[in-house]
Design a protein around this ligand. Structure first.
Ligand SMILES: [Zn+2]
Length: 498
Protein backbone atom coordinates (compact mmCIF):
# COMPACT_ATOMS: atom_id res chain seq x y z
CA UNK A 1 0.00 0.00 0.00
CA UNK A 2 1.17 3.55 -0.77
CA UNK A 3 -0.20 6.64 1.00
CA UNK A 4 0.50 10.19 -0.11
CA UNK A 5 1.09 12.45 2.90
CA UNK A 6 1.50 16.15 3.68
CA UNK A 7 -0.42 19.28 4.63
CA UNK A 8 -0.23 23.07 4.68
CA UNK A 9 -0.98 24.33 8.18
CA UNK A 10 -1.95 27.66 9.63
CA UNK A 11 -4.15 28.96 12.42
CA UNK A 12 -5.37 32.32 11.22
CA UNK A 13 -6.15 35.23 13.53
CA UNK A 14 -7.96 37.55 11.14
CA UNK A 15 -7.49 40.47 13.57
CA UNK A 16 -3.69 40.23 13.31
CA UNK A 17 -1.88 42.75 11.09
CA UNK A 18 0.88 40.22 10.26
CA UNK A 19 0.39 38.23 7.00
CA UNK A 20 1.61 34.61 6.79
CA UNK A 21 4.15 34.93 4.00
CA UNK A 22 6.28 32.05 2.72
CA UNK A 23 9.14 33.30 4.93
CA UNK A 24 6.94 32.80 8.01
CA UNK A 25 6.39 29.17 6.96
CA UNK A 26 10.07 28.57 6.31
CA UNK A 27 11.14 30.02 9.66
CA UNK A 28 8.53 28.05 11.63
CA UNK A 29 8.28 24.63 10.02
CA UNK A 30 8.61 23.61 6.40
CA UNK A 31 9.82 20.39 4.77
CA UNK A 32 9.10 18.70 1.45
CA UNK A 33 9.52 15.13 0.23
CA UNK A 34 12.12 12.85 1.77
CA UNK A 35 13.40 15.70 3.93
CA UNK A 36 10.01 15.67 5.69
CA UNK A 37 10.35 12.00 6.63
CA UNK A 38 13.98 12.42 7.70
CA UNK A 39 13.15 15.40 9.89
CA UNK A 40 10.08 13.95 11.64
CA UNK A 41 10.94 10.24 11.99
CA UNK A 42 11.09 9.35 15.69
CA UNK A 43 9.28 12.51 16.89
CA UNK A 44 5.92 12.63 18.68
CA UNK A 45 4.43 14.77 15.93
CA UNK A 46 1.63 14.22 13.38
CA UNK A 47 4.00 13.08 10.64
CA UNK A 48 6.05 11.13 13.20
CA UNK A 49 2.86 9.20 14.00
CA UNK A 50 2.04 8.62 10.32
CA UNK A 51 5.56 7.24 9.78
CA UNK A 52 5.50 4.84 12.74
CA UNK A 53 2.01 3.53 11.91
CA UNK A 54 2.90 3.12 8.23
CA UNK A 55 6.06 1.22 9.19
CA UNK A 56 4.03 -1.03 11.46
CA UNK A 57 1.47 -1.75 8.73
CA UNK A 58 4.02 -2.14 5.93
CA UNK A 59 2.78 0.93 4.06
CA UNK A 60 4.99 3.15 1.93
CA UNK A 61 4.56 6.90 2.54
CA UNK A 62 5.02 9.25 -0.39
CA UNK A 63 5.69 12.66 1.17
CA UNK A 64 5.03 16.15 -0.16
CA UNK A 65 5.11 19.47 1.71
CA UNK A 66 4.17 19.59 5.36
CA UNK A 67 4.42 23.11 6.70
CA UNK A 68 3.25 25.32 9.51
CA UNK A 69 3.61 29.07 10.03
CA UNK A 70 3.28 30.76 13.40
CA UNK A 71 -0.35 31.91 13.67
CA UNK A 72 -1.07 35.39 12.30
CA UNK A 73 -3.31 36.99 9.68
CA UNK A 74 -4.26 35.05 6.53
CA UNK A 75 -1.82 33.08 4.41
CA UNK A 76 -0.73 35.31 1.53
CA UNK A 77 -1.81 34.33 -1.96
CA UNK A 78 1.83 33.91 -2.98
CA UNK A 79 2.61 31.62 -0.02
CA UNK A 80 -0.51 29.59 -0.73
CA UNK A 81 -0.03 29.30 -4.51
CA UNK A 82 3.60 28.23 -4.17
CA UNK A 83 2.84 25.52 -1.63
CA UNK A 84 -0.35 24.13 -3.15
CA UNK A 85 1.20 24.05 -6.63
CA UNK A 86 4.26 22.18 -5.31
CA UNK A 87 1.93 19.81 -3.44
CA UNK A 88 -0.12 19.11 -6.57
CA UNK A 89 3.08 18.59 -8.61
CA UNK A 90 4.24 16.04 -6.04
CA UNK A 91 0.83 14.35 -6.09
CA UNK A 92 0.88 14.09 -9.87
CA UNK A 93 4.38 12.64 -9.79
CA UNK A 94 3.32 10.17 -7.08
CA UNK A 95 0.32 9.03 -9.14
CA UNK A 96 2.54 8.61 -12.19
CA UNK A 97 5.04 6.57 -10.16
CA UNK A 98 2.61 3.81 -9.25
CA UNK A 99 -0.78 3.39 -7.58
CA UNK A 100 -1.59 5.63 -4.62
CA UNK A 101 -4.13 4.01 -2.30
CA UNK A 102 -5.06 7.00 -0.16
CA UNK A 103 -4.25 10.51 1.01
CA UNK A 104 -3.14 10.83 4.64
CA UNK A 105 -3.24 14.52 5.49
CA UNK A 106 -2.14 16.53 8.49
CA UNK A 107 -4.09 19.80 8.38
CA UNK A 108 -4.87 22.36 11.05
CA UNK A 109 -8.47 23.27 10.28
CA UNK A 110 -8.37 27.01 11.01
CA UNK A 111 -6.46 28.29 7.98
CA UNK A 112 -7.69 31.35 6.10
CA UNK A 113 -6.07 32.24 2.79
CA UNK A 114 -6.14 35.78 1.40
CA UNK A 115 -9.58 35.93 -0.27
CA UNK A 116 -10.54 32.35 0.73
CA UNK A 117 -12.13 31.84 4.16
CA UNK A 118 -12.04 28.06 4.16
CA UNK A 119 -8.35 27.18 3.71
CA UNK A 120 -8.64 23.46 4.38
CA UNK A 121 -11.73 23.26 2.17
CA UNK A 122 -9.61 24.74 -0.63
CA UNK A 123 -6.75 22.29 0.00
CA UNK A 124 -9.15 19.36 -0.08
CA UNK A 125 -10.94 20.64 -3.19
CA UNK A 126 -7.64 20.93 -5.08
CA UNK A 127 -6.33 17.47 -4.18
CA UNK A 128 -9.75 15.88 -4.67
CA UNK A 129 -9.92 17.41 -8.15
CA UNK A 130 -6.70 15.61 -9.04
CA UNK A 131 -7.39 12.17 -7.52
CA UNK A 132 -11.10 11.93 -8.32
CA UNK A 133 -14.11 11.05 -6.15
CA UNK A 134 -13.13 7.47 -5.24
CA UNK A 135 -9.68 7.89 -3.70
CA UNK A 136 -9.90 7.69 0.12
CA UNK A 137 -8.81 10.95 1.76
CA UNK A 138 -8.44 11.24 5.52
CA UNK A 139 -7.23 14.13 7.63
CA UNK A 140 -6.00 14.82 11.13
CA UNK A 141 -7.14 18.16 12.54
CA UNK A 142 -6.22 20.43 15.43
CA UNK A 143 -8.60 20.86 18.37
CA UNK A 144 -8.82 24.50 17.23
CA UNK A 145 -10.17 23.67 13.79
CA UNK A 146 -13.02 25.83 12.51
CA UNK A 147 -14.49 23.10 10.36
CA UNK A 148 -16.77 23.75 7.40
CA UNK A 149 -19.43 21.22 6.36
CA UNK A 150 -17.87 21.28 2.86
CA UNK A 151 -14.54 19.98 4.25
CA UNK A 152 -16.26 17.14 6.05
CA UNK A 153 -17.97 16.09 2.81
CA UNK A 154 -14.69 15.91 0.92
CA UNK A 155 -12.97 13.44 3.28
CA UNK A 156 -13.72 9.81 4.11
CA UNK A 157 -12.82 10.21 7.74
CA UNK A 158 -11.30 12.82 10.02
CA UNK A 159 -9.71 12.60 13.43
CA UNK A 160 -9.11 15.62 15.67
CA UNK A 161 -6.73 16.02 18.57
CA UNK A 162 -8.50 15.26 21.86
CA UNK A 163 -6.23 17.34 24.06
CA UNK A 164 -5.22 20.94 24.70
CA UNK A 165 -2.26 21.23 25.26
CA UNK A 166 -2.03 18.99 22.20
CA UNK A 167 -0.13 16.07 23.70
CA UNK A 168 -1.94 13.37 21.67
CA UNK A 169 -1.19 14.48 18.11
CA UNK A 170 1.01 11.41 17.62
CA UNK A 171 -1.62 8.97 18.92
CA UNK A 172 -4.33 10.50 16.74
CA UNK A 173 -2.00 10.22 13.73
CA UNK A 174 -1.53 6.51 14.42
CA UNK A 175 -5.31 6.08 14.80
CA UNK A 176 -5.94 7.86 11.49
CA UNK A 177 -3.36 5.81 9.59
CA UNK A 178 -4.98 2.58 10.81
CA UNK A 179 -8.42 3.85 9.76
CA UNK A 180 -7.16 4.67 6.26
CA UNK A 181 -5.57 1.24 5.95
CA UNK A 182 -8.86 -0.40 6.95
CA UNK A 183 -10.79 1.69 4.40
CA UNK A 184 -8.37 0.70 1.63
CA UNK A 185 -8.64 -2.99 2.57
CA UNK A 186 -12.43 -2.70 2.44
CA UNK A 187 -12.83 -3.64 6.11
CA UNK A 188 -14.86 -0.52 6.96
CA UNK A 189 -17.16 1.87 5.13
CA UNK A 190 -17.21 5.17 7.07
CA UNK A 191 -20.41 7.19 7.23
CA UNK A 192 -20.29 10.39 9.21
CA UNK A 193 -22.36 13.08 10.86
CA UNK A 194 -21.22 16.58 11.66
CA UNK A 195 -22.64 19.45 13.67
CA UNK A 196 -21.47 23.04 14.05
CA UNK A 197 -22.23 24.32 17.56
CA UNK A 198 -22.98 28.06 17.81
CA UNK A 199 -20.54 28.83 20.65
CA UNK A 200 -17.37 30.93 20.74
CA UNK A 201 -15.15 29.14 23.27
CA UNK A 202 -12.32 30.95 25.01
CA UNK A 203 -8.91 29.34 24.52
CA UNK A 204 -8.21 29.20 28.25
CA UNK A 205 -11.57 27.49 28.85
CA UNK A 206 -10.61 24.84 26.26
CA UNK A 207 -7.81 23.51 28.48
CA UNK A 208 -8.21 19.73 28.81
CA UNK A 209 -7.88 19.94 32.59
CA UNK A 210 -11.10 21.96 33.01
CA UNK A 211 -14.25 20.09 34.17
CA UNK A 212 -16.19 20.93 31.00
CA UNK A 213 -13.47 19.54 28.72
CA UNK A 214 -12.87 16.49 30.93
CA UNK A 215 -16.60 15.69 30.83
CA UNK A 216 -17.00 16.38 27.10
CA UNK A 217 -14.04 14.20 26.26
CA UNK A 218 -15.29 11.40 28.53
CA UNK A 219 -18.56 11.41 26.57
CA UNK A 220 -16.59 11.43 23.30
CA UNK A 221 -14.58 8.38 24.39
CA UNK A 222 -17.69 6.60 25.63
CA UNK A 223 -19.28 7.15 22.22
CA UNK A 224 -16.14 5.81 20.52
CA UNK A 225 -16.51 2.61 22.56
CA UNK A 226 -20.04 1.95 21.24
CA UNK A 227 -20.38 -0.87 18.69
CA UNK A 228 -20.34 0.48 15.14
CA UNK A 229 -18.62 3.77 15.98
CA UNK A 230 -15.23 4.21 14.29
CA UNK A 231 -14.12 7.54 15.70
CA UNK A 232 -15.50 10.72 17.27
CA UNK A 233 -14.05 14.21 17.36
CA UNK A 234 -14.88 17.32 19.35
CA UNK A 235 -13.38 20.63 18.30
CA UNK A 236 -13.41 23.86 20.28
CA UNK A 237 -12.64 26.09 17.32
CA UNK A 238 -10.30 29.03 17.01
CA UNK A 239 -12.35 32.08 18.03
CA UNK A 240 -10.13 34.88 16.65
CA UNK A 241 -11.20 34.25 13.07
CA UNK A 242 -13.97 36.48 11.78
CA UNK A 243 -15.37 33.97 9.27
CA UNK A 244 -18.63 32.01 9.00
CA UNK A 245 -17.30 28.56 10.01
CA UNK A 246 -15.72 29.73 13.29
CA UNK A 247 -16.90 27.93 16.42
CA UNK A 248 -17.21 24.60 18.14
CA UNK A 249 -18.17 21.39 16.35
CA UNK A 250 -18.69 17.67 16.78
CA UNK A 251 -18.11 14.81 14.36
CA UNK A 252 -18.78 11.08 14.48
CA UNK A 253 -17.91 8.41 11.93
CA UNK A 254 -19.56 5.00 12.04
CA UNK A 255 -19.15 1.84 10.00
CA UNK A 256 -21.93 2.18 7.44
CA UNK A 257 -24.54 3.40 9.94
CA UNK A 258 -25.61 7.01 9.25
CA UNK A 259 -28.43 6.94 11.84
CA UNK A 260 -26.01 5.94 14.60
CA UNK A 261 -23.58 8.68 13.56
CA UNK A 262 -26.39 11.22 13.61
CA UNK A 263 -27.62 10.17 17.07
CA UNK A 264 -24.11 10.27 18.54
CA UNK A 265 -23.19 13.65 17.05
CA UNK A 266 -26.41 15.12 18.42
CA UNK A 267 -25.42 14.01 21.92
CA UNK A 268 -21.92 15.49 21.63
CA UNK A 269 -23.15 18.81 20.25
CA UNK A 270 -25.95 19.17 22.79
CA UNK A 271 -23.47 18.59 25.61
CA UNK A 272 -21.27 21.52 24.54
CA UNK A 273 -24.27 23.77 24.12
CA UNK A 274 -25.59 22.90 27.58
CA UNK A 275 -22.19 23.76 29.09
CA UNK A 276 -21.68 26.93 26.98
CA UNK A 277 -21.23 29.19 30.01
CA UNK A 278 -18.28 27.07 31.16
CA UNK A 279 -16.46 27.77 27.89
CA UNK A 280 -15.94 31.45 28.81
CA UNK A 281 -13.11 32.87 30.96
CA UNK A 282 -12.33 35.64 33.45
CA UNK A 283 -8.59 36.40 33.88
CA UNK A 284 -7.13 38.59 36.70
CA UNK A 285 -6.29 42.31 36.31
CA UNK A 286 -2.57 43.03 35.79
CA UNK A 287 -1.89 44.99 39.01
CA UNK A 288 -3.69 42.45 41.15
CA UNK A 289 -1.92 39.52 39.46
CA UNK A 290 1.57 41.02 39.86
CA UNK A 291 1.00 41.90 43.48
CA UNK A 292 -0.26 38.41 44.17
CA UNK A 293 2.70 36.79 42.40
CA UNK A 294 5.23 38.89 44.35
CA UNK A 295 3.81 37.84 47.71
CA UNK A 296 2.58 34.27 47.28
CA UNK A 297 4.76 31.20 47.66
CA UNK A 298 6.61 30.80 44.34
CA UNK A 299 7.20 29.96 41.65
CA UNK A 300 4.06 31.69 40.39
CA UNK A 301 3.45 31.51 36.66
CA UNK A 302 1.72 34.56 35.21
CA UNK A 303 0.18 33.57 31.89
CA UNK A 304 -0.07 36.45 29.42
CA UNK A 305 -3.02 34.74 27.76
CA UNK A 306 -3.86 37.79 25.64
CA UNK A 307 -0.46 37.80 23.91
CA UNK A 308 -0.17 34.21 22.74
CA UNK A 309 1.78 34.12 19.45
CA UNK A 310 0.31 30.65 19.03
CA UNK A 311 -2.97 32.48 18.49
CA UNK A 312 -1.53 35.10 16.15
CA UNK A 313 -0.55 37.94 18.48
CA UNK A 314 2.51 40.20 18.22
CA UNK A 315 4.24 38.47 21.15
CA UNK A 316 5.80 41.76 22.19
CA UNK A 317 3.15 42.96 24.67
CA UNK A 318 4.60 45.08 27.45
CA UNK A 319 1.91 45.80 30.03
CA UNK A 320 2.76 43.01 32.48
CA UNK A 321 6.47 43.85 32.24
CA UNK A 322 5.69 47.52 32.87
CA UNK A 323 3.88 46.62 36.09
CA UNK A 324 6.71 44.30 37.20
CA UNK A 325 9.28 47.09 36.68
CA UNK A 326 7.10 49.66 38.47
CA UNK A 327 6.89 47.38 41.50
CA UNK A 328 10.59 46.44 41.31
CA UNK A 329 9.81 42.72 41.13
CA UNK A 330 12.72 40.38 41.94
CA UNK A 331 13.58 36.86 40.83
CA UNK A 332 11.38 37.23 37.76
CA UNK A 333 11.77 35.80 34.26
CA UNK A 334 9.68 36.69 31.20
CA UNK A 335 9.60 34.71 27.94
CA UNK A 336 9.45 35.07 25.06
CA UNK A 337 9.52 38.74 24.05
CA UNK A 338 9.58 38.99 20.24
CA UNK A 339 12.09 41.80 19.71
CA UNK A 340 14.67 41.20 16.98
CA UNK A 341 15.95 44.80 17.25
CA UNK A 342 16.77 44.50 20.93
CA UNK A 343 18.33 41.05 20.45
CA UNK A 344 20.56 42.50 17.71
CA UNK A 345 21.43 45.55 19.81
CA UNK A 346 22.44 43.32 22.72
CA UNK A 347 24.44 41.10 20.41
CA UNK A 348 26.31 44.12 19.00
CA UNK A 349 27.40 45.30 22.44
CA UNK A 350 27.96 41.83 23.86
CA UNK A 351 27.50 40.04 27.17
CA UNK A 352 28.35 42.19 30.21
CA UNK A 353 27.34 45.49 28.63
CA UNK A 354 24.54 47.74 29.78
CA UNK A 355 22.33 49.05 26.98
CA UNK A 356 19.60 51.64 26.71
CA UNK A 357 16.90 49.32 25.49
CA UNK A 358 13.50 49.93 23.96
CA UNK A 359 11.76 46.63 24.66
CA UNK A 360 8.66 45.29 22.89
CA UNK A 361 5.50 47.09 21.79
CA UNK A 362 6.78 47.65 18.25
CA UNK A 363 4.65 45.37 16.06
CA UNK A 364 1.26 47.06 16.49
CA UNK A 365 -0.54 49.34 18.91
CA UNK A 366 -2.65 46.57 20.43
CA UNK A 367 -0.22 45.13 22.99
CA UNK A 368 1.16 48.15 24.90
CA UNK A 369 3.91 50.69 24.10
CA UNK A 370 7.68 49.96 24.08
CA UNK A 371 9.45 50.10 27.46
CA UNK A 372 12.53 52.31 27.60
CA UNK A 373 14.98 51.17 30.25
CA UNK A 374 18.61 50.43 31.02
CA UNK A 375 19.24 46.72 30.83
CA UNK A 376 22.22 44.49 31.45
CA UNK A 377 23.05 41.96 28.74
CA UNK A 378 23.30 38.75 30.67
CA UNK A 379 23.45 36.10 27.95
CA UNK A 380 23.27 35.61 24.20
CA UNK A 381 22.40 32.42 22.31
CA UNK A 382 21.55 31.34 18.76
CA UNK A 383 18.05 30.37 19.95
CA UNK A 384 18.19 26.65 19.19
CA UNK A 385 16.80 24.10 21.63
CA UNK A 386 15.23 20.65 21.64
CA UNK A 387 11.80 20.23 23.25
CA UNK A 388 11.98 17.89 26.23
CA UNK A 389 8.43 18.65 27.41
CA UNK A 390 5.30 16.69 26.42
CA UNK A 391 4.61 18.84 23.34
CA UNK A 392 6.46 17.75 20.21
CA UNK A 393 8.94 15.85 22.35
CA UNK A 394 12.25 15.46 20.58
CA UNK A 395 11.56 18.06 17.91
CA UNK A 396 13.72 21.17 17.78
CA UNK A 397 12.83 24.84 17.97
CA UNK A 398 14.76 27.77 16.55
CA UNK A 399 13.78 31.13 18.03
CA UNK A 400 16.69 32.94 16.37
CA UNK A 401 19.27 35.22 17.95
CA UNK A 402 18.27 35.55 21.60
CA UNK A 403 19.36 37.93 24.36
CA UNK A 404 18.63 37.73 28.08
CA UNK A 405 18.33 41.25 29.46
CA UNK A 406 18.35 41.90 33.18
CA UNK A 407 16.39 44.89 34.47
CA UNK A 408 16.72 46.23 38.01
CA UNK A 409 20.15 44.80 38.82
CA UNK A 410 21.20 41.32 39.93
CA UNK A 411 18.27 39.12 40.81
CA UNK A 412 15.84 41.49 39.11
CA UNK A 413 13.72 40.89 36.01
CA UNK A 414 15.17 38.78 33.20
CA UNK A 415 13.52 39.35 29.82
CA UNK A 416 14.24 36.85 27.06
CA UNK A 417 14.20 38.86 23.80
CA UNK A 418 14.34 36.80 20.63
CA UNK A 419 14.11 37.01 16.85
CA UNK A 420 11.36 34.62 15.67
CA UNK A 421 7.86 35.01 17.11
CA UNK A 422 7.33 31.94 19.29
CA UNK A 423 5.61 30.88 22.52
CA UNK A 424 7.75 29.68 25.43
CA UNK A 425 5.75 26.47 25.81
CA UNK A 426 8.70 24.22 26.52
CA UNK A 427 10.77 24.91 29.65
CA UNK A 428 13.89 24.61 27.52
CA UNK A 429 13.03 28.02 26.07
CA UNK A 430 14.23 29.27 29.48
CA UNK A 431 16.76 26.61 30.40
CA UNK A 432 18.57 26.94 27.08
CA UNK A 433 19.38 30.56 27.97
CA UNK A 434 20.46 29.75 31.53
CA UNK A 435 17.21 30.40 33.42
CA UNK A 436 15.93 27.64 35.71
CA UNK A 437 12.17 28.31 36.05
CA UNK A 438 11.83 26.38 39.31
CA UNK A 439 14.33 28.80 40.92
CA UNK A 440 12.37 31.97 40.16
CA UNK A 441 9.61 33.62 42.20
CA UNK A 442 7.70 34.74 39.08
CA UNK A 443 7.73 33.29 35.58
CA UNK A 444 5.76 35.18 32.90
CA UNK A 445 4.85 33.15 29.82
CA UNK A 446 3.15 34.52 26.72
CA UNK A 447 0.80 31.65 25.88
CA UNK A 448 -2.85 30.64 26.38
CA UNK A 449 -2.72 26.98 27.40
CA UNK A 450 0.13 25.03 25.75
CA UNK A 451 2.68 26.04 28.42
CA UNK A 452 0.66 24.04 30.95
CA UNK A 453 1.92 20.72 29.56
CA UNK A 454 5.50 21.38 30.63
CA UNK A 455 5.24 24.11 33.28
CA UNK A 456 2.41 22.86 35.51
CA UNK A 457 4.66 20.48 37.51
CA UNK A 458 7.39 23.15 37.77
CA UNK A 459 5.39 25.93 39.47
CA UNK A 460 3.24 26.30 42.58
CA UNK A 461 0.40 28.09 40.86
CA UNK A 462 -0.74 29.51 37.52
CA UNK A 463 -2.53 32.87 37.23
CA UNK A 464 -4.11 33.96 33.92
CA UNK A 465 -3.67 37.71 33.44
CA UNK A 466 -6.00 40.17 31.69
CA UNK A 467 -3.51 42.20 29.62
CA UNK A 468 -4.36 43.83 26.28
CA UNK A 469 -3.81 41.64 23.22
CA UNK A 470 -5.25 39.84 20.22
CA UNK A 471 -5.88 36.62 22.14
CA UNK A 472 -7.69 38.22 25.06
CA UNK A 473 -10.64 36.25 26.41
CA UNK A 474 -12.54 39.55 26.43
CA UNK A 475 -14.80 39.32 23.31
CA UNK A 476 -15.90 42.94 23.54
CA UNK A 477 -12.45 44.02 22.32
CA UNK A 478 -13.20 42.58 18.85
CA UNK A 479 -15.42 43.87 16.09
CA UNK A 480 -16.80 40.63 14.63
CA UNK A 481 -18.54 41.14 11.27
CA UNK A 482 -18.58 37.77 9.49
CA UNK A 483 -19.36 35.11 12.09
CA UNK A 484 -22.50 33.07 11.48
CA UNK A 485 -25.10 34.46 13.85
CA UNK A 486 -26.56 33.97 16.27
CA UNK A 487 -23.60 32.70 18.27
CA UNK A 488 -23.14 32.50 22.04
CA UNK A 489 -22.11 34.59 23.98
CA UNK A 490 -22.29 37.46 21.46
CA UNK A 491 -26.01 36.70 21.26
CA UNK A 492 -26.50 35.84 24.92
CA UNK A 493 -30.24 35.13 24.80
CA UNK A 494 -30.25 32.81 21.81
CA UNK A 495 -31.66 29.31 22.03
CA UNK A 496 -30.46 26.26 20.14
CA UNK A 497 -30.93 22.52 19.95
CA UNK A 498 -28.51 19.99 18.47
ZN1 LIG B 1 -4.36 24.12 18.48
Amino acid sequence: MRFFTGGINHETNTFSPIPASIERFRETSYARGDELLAKTRGTRTVIGGFIDAADELGIELVPTIHSFAMPSDAVTRAAWDEQINDTLDDLEAALAGGPIDGLLLGLHGAMVIEGIDDGEGEYLRRVRELVGPDMPIVMELDLHANISPESVEMVDVMVGYDTYPHVDVYDRAVELTHLLARIVKGEIKPTSAFRQIPVLANLTAQYSGTPQMTDWLALCHEIESRPGVLTATITCGFPYADIPQTGMAAYVATDDDPELAEACVRELAQFAWDRRHDFQATPMAIAEAVEYAMNAEGPILLADVADNPGAGTSCDGTEILRELIARNARSTALALMFDPETAAQASATGVGATIEARIGGKVDDLHGAPIETSAYVRALTDGYYVNDGPLGTGSSTDIGLTAVLEIGGRGGIEVVCNTFRHAANDANSLRSVGIEPTKRQIVVIKSSVHYRADFTPLVKEIVEVDAPGLSTPNWSRFDFQHLRRPIFPLDPDMTWEA
